[in-house]
Design a protein around this ligand. Sequence first.
Ligand code: SF4
Length: 885
Amino acid sequence: MNKTILTTCPYCGVGCGITATADEQTRHVNIAGDKAHPANFGRLCSKGSALAETLELKGRLLQPHILGQPASWEQALDWVADAFANVIRQHGADAVAIYGSGQLLTEDYYVANKLMKGFIGSGNMDTNSRLCMSSSVAGHKRAFGSDTVPGCYADFELANMIVLIGSNAAWCHPVSFQRIRAAKEARPELKVVVIDPRRTTTCDIADLHLPLAAGSDTALFNGLLGFLTSQQALNQDYIDQHTEGFTEAVGCAMHTAKPSVSAIEQVAGQCHLSQEDVLRFYQWFASTEKVMSLYSQGVNQSTSGTDKVNAIINCHLATGRIGKPGMGPFSLTGQPNAMGGREVGGLSHQLAAHIDFSNEEDINRVARFWGSARIAKTPGLAAVDLFDAIYDGKVKAVWIMGTNPVVSLPNADKVKQALQRCPFVVVSDCIADTDTTALAQVLLPAQGWSEKDGTVTNSERCISRQRRVFSPAGNAKPDWWIITQVAQRMGFDQAFLYQHPVEIFREHAALSGFENNGRRDFDISAFADISATDYDQLLPIQWPVNHIYPQGKARFFEDGKFFTPSGKAQFIAITVRPPANAPDAEYPLILNTGRLRDQWHTMTRTAIAAKLNQHKPEPFVEVHPIDAKNYHLAQNDLAVIKSRWGMIIARVQVTDNQKSGNLFVPMHWTEQYASNGRMGALVNPAVDPVSKQPESKHTPVHISAYQPAWYGFILSRRELDISAPEYWVKIKGEQFYRYELAGENQPEDWQDWVRTRLAVDTQTQWQEYQDKSLGNYRCTQLIGNRLESVVFIAEHKNLPERSWLTSLFAKDELEAQERRALLTGMPPLGVADVGTIVCACFNVGEKTISNAITEKGLKTHQEVGQCLKAGTNCGSCVPEIKALL
Ligand code: SF4
């Protein structure tokens, strides 16, 4: 019997609503966008659309484990509670920590934070949101006195100019990007400016792209503040009535200009931009009232991240463009519940409900509400410092929830060593084998998306329900249940007696309104008495939700009142600072990192969906043609990228979308999917002095060609254990696994090497070809007339394309001409090869699109869509289709 459930996507901060039509017995679900959800109005991107394919039970953690052995929940919970209690007894509360995640639901987050800060009595609860948007939090707090996102998604459609700063929204916030694209198509006069060192797919709709030098954003926006002042494009009334600190901020912004050099010339020089482009951007900003500035990790992940945020906000305050329709600064959050984590106080410098540790009255307020005499009085350790403290032995027990810091944190090899040294590591996760679960003494099986039940908050402060679609698999439990069970065992039972997430949500809502009286922005006190039925049926709603705004509120600050002591917004005087680590002779290039279109974080879920692995199957590094020439690299070479902190090996992609002197690597690969692909190992651990957010987009590195003795690939219907060569990547396909390989030593006998790795069936028929003088070895394995595996080895990298060979795994029987062509790796004459998949939704390849363009004379991406359906679902591949056109 099918049931229809409205829920929310578990990936990015856009927070799209989903309609899930599910059959409990078969655990089959159809996923569609929720047409009524205000974040997406029915749209989903490739990741959201593929959710149904990520729910298989293979690879799930379904049973608690202690020291690698299955255990009962009673045993595991006792073990965790005892270990934490022992460490606290011997070394104090600050010797334990929780490291959470923007994947947690608000209810999970609330009880984890309450346990650590309220009852264990340490501030040591931080979260992977520290890596994501803590600079935005700090910038908001400095300017507004509160961590408030002033606007809403509807402003995208009302704006006359949208500036995207450090944001590849086309890939990282695809549905928001589709909204902007649609607005641009409806109103071509809507100006779009993209500020990013890379020419990303987001530039597809840009009227102006400013490929500024990495880390020079503060210079650009200080320059803009100076320009607005010199051009008298300020809103002086707004500055006078609603702000403080303008004179100092503008003085700081303008004083660096040398008398002999014009301000524009100086900014252009600092940012490595043309004066014409800088002037055009400044003039557009000055003359357009309805301007939205959307910013993301390119702004936040910096040692000047907080200053960048404030430099942008300064320009909006100077023009009074905030809190009104179609204008304002807007932080695009990375994770599905980054905002919910901020609401509960999940960052170590926050206490709870947008209350921090800055005054005793506030701390006592939370202590009274929680009825705790042990509340933490000072901030705890932020992520990088926390793992350093684990490494140094100061933190002796850590509980990691729903995140993979061995991959995602900077200086990730040190993080791995820290967990190897740590006396007690417990990990709650829904996936059994991650780089982090491998280091845990205790593993606790958490429920995954489709099983969890609670709330999340997206980038525009919209609270949505994430509802249970299926009953939980195995012995998986809700995170809030796991945490409260440990809390009860630690002696805090009266404060953690929850039976249902609605009870936690009510308490969270009540705390937000407790002695608030308009002093704090976050107030959802209207939900303090919500019934279980109303919670179950809760529709998306933007906070605040209280007695003044019972239906929520789209925008803050329309009245010019802020949450600072004076009630006025604060300009922040910004001094331009260089990134923490500059390139030098040994590490001459700047490494930038970021997300891909079809993968999420450390691939624990998205890599399960074969269709999401086709777009970018291998770890890669983007290199400008000049750098490729200088470092003797060619397209599809393998390269070693080294920093002072670690190394990776990645496939070279030569592209002039990259700025010369800069490299880009994606953030996703782990040791589960590649031998040397963890980008976190390279990234420098420098942090912003205010937000403590790491500088993930500016690490000095060196690149050189990796020259193995042989290259190869295996396509196999069965999953194999391929870990011997120096370079390997595992890619799950629709009916096959693909292994990309390279090694430094040729085996004595390729036939023997292959047959020990491929499961050999007695029915197997082998075809083989070997040319020892050229170092070539090829073989195919068939069972009956069905392809089982193919292997191609050579001393060079120019092996056949994989697309035709992989398509053969969809067939139960090969035709005679296909069998004959197998060892060539090329389709027989007259048989089309689809090429690399461009449209993941409809499985349409690059060659199919190119051929249709040529043969049918297609001129627009809409015509390609009509002909092949490519680009007509989520639209994420439209920029690539346009590039082919
Ligand atoms: Fe999920 Fe994509 Fe929507 Fe983000 S844009 S919430 S990943 S469907």
